[in-house]
Write a protein that binds this ligand. Sequence first.
Ligand SMILES: O=P(O)(O)O[C@H]1O[C@H](CO)[C@@H](O)[C@H]1O
Ligand SMILES: Nc1nc2[nH]cnc2c(=O)[nH]1
Length: 300
Amino acid sequence: MSKDKALLRRMDSSIDTKLSFTYEDVEQIASHILDRVKCRPKLGIICGSGLGKLADLVQEREVIPYTEIPGFPSSTVPGHEGKLVFGKLSGKSVVLMQGRAHCYEGYSPQKTTLAVRTMKMMGINTLFVTNAAGGINRNYNVGDIMVIKDHVNLAGFAGVNPLVGVNDERFGPRFPAMSRAYDLDLRKLALNTAKEMGFGEFVREGVYSMMVGPNFETVTECRFLNQIGIDATGMSTVPEVLVAIHCGMRVFGMSLITNKVIMEYDAEDVANHEEVLQTGDRRSTDLQQLMTQIVDKVEL
Ligand SMILES: O=P(O)(O)O[C@H]1O[C@H](CO)[C@@H](O)[C@H]1O
Ligand SMILES: Nc1nc2[nH]cnc2c(=O)[nH]1
């Protein structure tokens, strides 16, 4: 055998397809789920840390734990139950993800977002994402709700992006635009609804950023985020939104500001997940009310 042939044989020049779930894989997962439920929703809602109580308001519930869905990552973080909850919210058919997967749990960005493509394959065309986030904007208070108008994919700067890998055009284009990721009409609907409900004082609109985590940010990282125009930061949501936009879904997002990030080098406070969950608990009723009103008004 020539030297060149031996080298070619030794070096695998193919793309690592193990990264991704194929279109056929996702089809199978979606039909596995649909075989188990009667509900046929067009709206999907992802509940962030401590925000899963929204599922308590769902009627005619049909529940599937993630552990019973092939390929689905199981939830390993407190505040994320790890269940798909189908049923009616404000009279509309919905599916709620009670808990999400995060890259910091050790899941690939592709696995972290598998549920989003699965939802699309199940007929869902509108995705609402929620999260718990640290307030970077100094005018924000703990307990504020931020309608997301844009994001900065800081994790993407380091190569963490679920759209990396073989692109199957049946999911979406190789180079998806991301300049209108958060639907303008839905943002307006949410802000107007908040005003009507008397929530205007604590519902804002701002920019979310995602770093992989699991550590909370250093003081200098927070100062940097503040300088580049970030209002709130977390460890999720962005990969889900990238995948949702890639596969043609309409996206709306809200962050609950669960803590103010530390920006003083001599501060004694430190960020912690317990505070995140406690704020989620305290504000969950308002967030649930706002969400149910938006669901009531949204056209699907
Ligand atoms: O983004 P969600 O899942 O709401 O949770 C946020 O809260 C957790 C940290 O307290 C992290 O998982 C962060 O991403
Ligand atoms: N990265 C990050 N995620 C959070 N989730 C809730 N609070 C925070 C925070 O301060 N930083």
